[in-house]
Design a protein around this ligand. Sequence first.
Ligand code: HEM
Length: 211
Amino acid sequence: MAFNPTAKQVTALKAVAFVLSLLPFFKLVWLTASGQLVEPLQYITRATGDWTLYFLCITLAVTPLRRLSKWNWLLKLRRMVGLYAFFYGLLHFTTFLWFDHFFDVQEMLKDVLKRPFITVGFIAFVLLIPLAVTSTNGMVRRLGGKRWQWLHRLVYVIAPLGILHYWWMKAAKHDFSQPILFGLIVLALLAVRVYWARSKAAANTRAVGSV
Ligand code: HEM
């Protein structure tokens, strides 16, 4: 279905997506402030972890969706969605550092090293930092398109690490349904890229052969 919004419409769509992406955050603030949470620490840690993973999946879904729908304007939303993954990841991490360790960084690092599922989550979050820092147009120019693109491929590592973190956490309860679902989503989003890259390489080889 052809849908080619004007620049103004894309700006409006971005504004809508921006506000919608903040709703989970406002919901958390509201539930906490109104004292509706029975176990606030657990609820906030889980909700922010979930939203980090959702935004990582949405970020990975932009390119396949764009290619399949030919909605090239979707690319204009990708940076914002990626930054929201970082935003919720930062909230998730801050909740852990604040409520679990009262900002005692040394104690927090000990815990990170002691519990493998947290080690993996921590690595995923640390890898997200350079992507957030280099998300500006100025950084794209400074790094150069190719290097920037390579760096941002880190998301192909971050998302599986997020799944592993989730899996490991749920393993203690033998409850794998959600990690399996999200694992399959991430696998499909990465597999389609491998398929497209291989098809392109094969087409290039054929083109060179026919010269
Ligand atoms: C990209 C990075 C990360 C992603 C995608 C992520 C995702 C998740 C998800 C999906 C959950 C389960 C939520 C649920 O049960 O519904 C979770 C739980 C948890 N995460 Fe993360 N996480 C990340 C980074 C981190 C970091 C950096 C830390 C701390 C250093 C951390 C600590 C935790 C803890 C302690 C829980 C368990 C909460 C509980 O048992 O109630 N995560 N995370």
